[in-house]
Design a protein around this ligand. Structure first.
Ligand SMILES: [Zn+2]
Length: 269
């Protein structure tokens, strides 16, 4: 009990500290790119709720979307459990992780994951960071995550592992500044996902639907791969060429069908 309280107060404290960094440094907050597209906002709210309902996010983890009006701005929620996020909780950020107007609210300390991926990857328009337990084993062993079924063709080029200790020594494991975010984005390279050793994963996509769909099916692939390997370590993975054809063929139809279902459920329609 004592431990829980301590950790909670610590997390709340560091989030508040982050929110106040600009005020302390006397730096001006970045200018807003203007109101984001209403459909983008609605999809981003849905993304938080969908990933919580699918068990990919729990009380932690987050989703963001690049601003439709400015490539150097992105939108994500204030520090809040994903299933509780509404449009009023969304905040605009620049690529240094500064909020345009946090209104005194606490921020996610790991927003630098998103900021630095947007900086490094112009093709990315949505990012998910989660701590799904299914993916953790593949970041802490020498077993690479590979596609075991057609829904996971998007990892056909491999899933790199980011080990924060290699560059930053002993840390609290969080990607809580720009330097750590940059190192993570470098490890991601041109791939769709990067595992974070002993922590979780970051997943990217050209739309919110892709980033959410990939997050759901990466979780499924991790479970199915572990099951297959338990039966027999000699698993017939998708060939890289098969995975490539899946991606070229529009990758699971852009996740349109499950997205429609997930969004309706998540938004109570
Ligand atoms: Zn995290």
């Amino acid at each position: 009990m004592t431990k829980t309280i301590t950790r909670r107060s610590f997390l709340a404290g560091s989030a508040l500290l982050a929110a106040n960094t600009l005020l302390i440094s006397g730096q001006q907050p970045p200018a807003s790119a203007g109101a984001a597209d209403a459909a983008l906002i609605a999809d981003l709210v849905a993304a938080y709720r969908i990933l919580a309902q699918q068990g990919v996010l729990d009380g932690f983890g987050h989703v963001s979307a690049r601003h439709n009006r400015a490539a150097n701005r992105f939108i994500m929620a204030r520090s809040l459990a994903p299933e509780l996020v509404t449009a009023a909780d969304l905040i605009e950020f620049d690529l240094d992780g500064n909020a345009v107007d946090a209104k005194g609210r606490a921020l996610y300390s790991e927003r630098f994951i998103h900021a630095e991926i947007y900086r490094a990857r112009p093709d990315v328009r949505a990012v998910v960071h989660n701590h799904a337990p299914s993916v953790i084993p593949f970041g802490v062993t020498n077993v690479p995550m590979r596609p075991v079924f057609h829904m996971a063709g998007f990892i056909g080029n491999g899933v790199p592992v980011f080990d924060i200790r290699k560059m930053f020594g002993m840390t609290d494991m969080l990607v809580s500044d720009s330097a750590k975010g940059r190192a993570l984005a470098q490890t991601l390279g041109d791939k769709t996902c990067v595992l974070m050793r002993g922590h979780g994963v970051a997943i990217v996509g050209p739309t919110i639907q892709y980033a959410v769909g990939r997050s759901v099916y990466l979780d499924v692939n991790a479970k199915v791969q572990a099951q297959a390997m338990a039966l027999n370590p000699n698993v017939a993975y998708l060939d890289p060429q098969e995975a490539q054809k899946i991606v070229e063929g529009g990758e699971n139809r852009g996740y349109e069908r499950p997205w429609e279902l997930w969004k309706a459920k998540a938004m109570g329609k």
